[in-house]
Write a protein that binds this ligand. Structure first.
Ligand code: MRU
Length: 331
């Protein structure tokens, strides 16, 4: 299952339709891609890196250009728009900037298009390769019989393929270890129940769904013995990831359970500290409604951050494609 690829434009799995339907969206205009990113039809930091990369390529092909200057200006303008669609995951702008830089080296419209598409394909291919390496490195931390708690979706669907946190689980299973997973549902958009359960079950991996608030009892009862999550941005003093990750890390510390983060190097933004990163706040309807059913009085005041920050001293190790960084992590 490949989450995103190029075929006469960008094709991506519409994750808002899962687990009911596996349906692909075909983006032929940058505006369609931006809409897909905003609606979380494509989401997850590494998948957004590929989306950003392909998005710049799409900008080259979405219409005709009369001059080199015109296509260059169009690319710069569209690249900025794509990169700003979601602010927390650094990977989106990493993908955008990488392809933009390459494309602007082109000395004709045709060359710009060629460079952009070639670089976007490399970004996507690299993601799969590095996830396999993350998986292999991380599998060293898992023992036969382990049960891993994960949050949100850091699997195939959050990447081009294989996954980061779930890639570690997949690699350990591939090595012959018996690994089970507990997945937090990840309110309010339920990436855990809709996506993590879907893709693990599709692969025949043993998964148990829990509410986010069951994390304490699950740890206290010893139902899990490792936590592995992904990351949207790793800064000097810690890790940004899906809302609820911080609560998970505190619980893991209290119960003496290792808390691992699996992420590619492109998620590292070590120039920054936590206070410099914008946490995306999403619309109140995500909490107010389940489909068309109202869950709270319409006028309820709502705070809906999509991500939170976990201080680095709560992280037992960060698993990357190059190495495992163990606690205490000092960047
Ligand atoms: O809002 P989302 O679904 O894009 O959030 C995704 C996450 O927080 C993931 O855990 C993170 O991007 C890592 S994915 C390998």
């Amino acid at each position: 299952m490949r989450t995103i690829f190029w075929e006469n434009g960008i094709r991506l799995i519409d994750q808002t339709k899962l687990p009911e339907k596996e349906e692909y969206i075909h983006c032929k205009k940058v505006e369609e891609l931006i809409d897909a990113i905003k609606r979380l039809a494509i989401r997850g930091a590494p998948a957004l890196e590929a989306a950003g990369a392909y998005g710049v390529a799409l900008a080259c092909f979405e219409r005709d250009f009369k001059s080199l200057e015109e296509i260059r200006n169009h690319l710069i303008f569209e690249a900025e728009k794509i990169a700003n669609t979601r602010p927390t995951a650094v990977n989106l702008s990493v993908g955008v900037q990488r392809v933009l830089k390459k494309a602007l080296n082109g000395s004709s419209i045709e060359e710009i298009r060629k460079f952009a598409l070639e670089e976007a394909e490399i970004v996507a291919k690299e993601d799969l390769n590095r996830n396999k390496k993350i998986g292999k490195n991380g599998a060293k931390l898992l023992k036969d019989g382990d049960t891993v708690l994960t949050h949100c979706n850091a699997g195939r669907l959050a990447t081009v393929d294989w996954g980061t946190a779930l890639g570690v689980v997949r690699s350990a299973i591939e090595e012959g270890k018996n690994i089970k997973v507990f997945a937090c549902e990840t309110r309010p958009l339920n990436q855990g129940s809709r996506l993590t359960c879907y893709e693990l079950m599709k692969d025949g991996i043993d998964v148990t769904l829990i509410t986010d608030s069951a994390v304490g009892i699950v740890m206290r009862k010893g139902l899990v013995n490792k936590v592995i999550v992904g990351a949207d941005r790793i800064v000097r003093d810690g890790v940004f990831n899906k809302i609820g990750t911080y609560t998970l890390a505190i619980n893991a510390k209290f119960h003496g359970i290792p808390f691992y983060v699996a992420a590619p190097k492109s998620t590292f933004d070590l120039q920054k500290r936590s206070e410099e990163v914008l946490i995306e706040e999403r619309c109140k309807d995500e909490l107010l409604f389940c489909g068309t059913k109202l869950l709270a009085p319409k006028e309820t005041r709502i705070y809906n951050p999509a991500f939170d920050f976990t201080p680095i001293n709560l992280v037992s190790a960060i698993i990357t494609e190059e190495e495992i960084l163990f606690y205490p992590i000092n960047f």
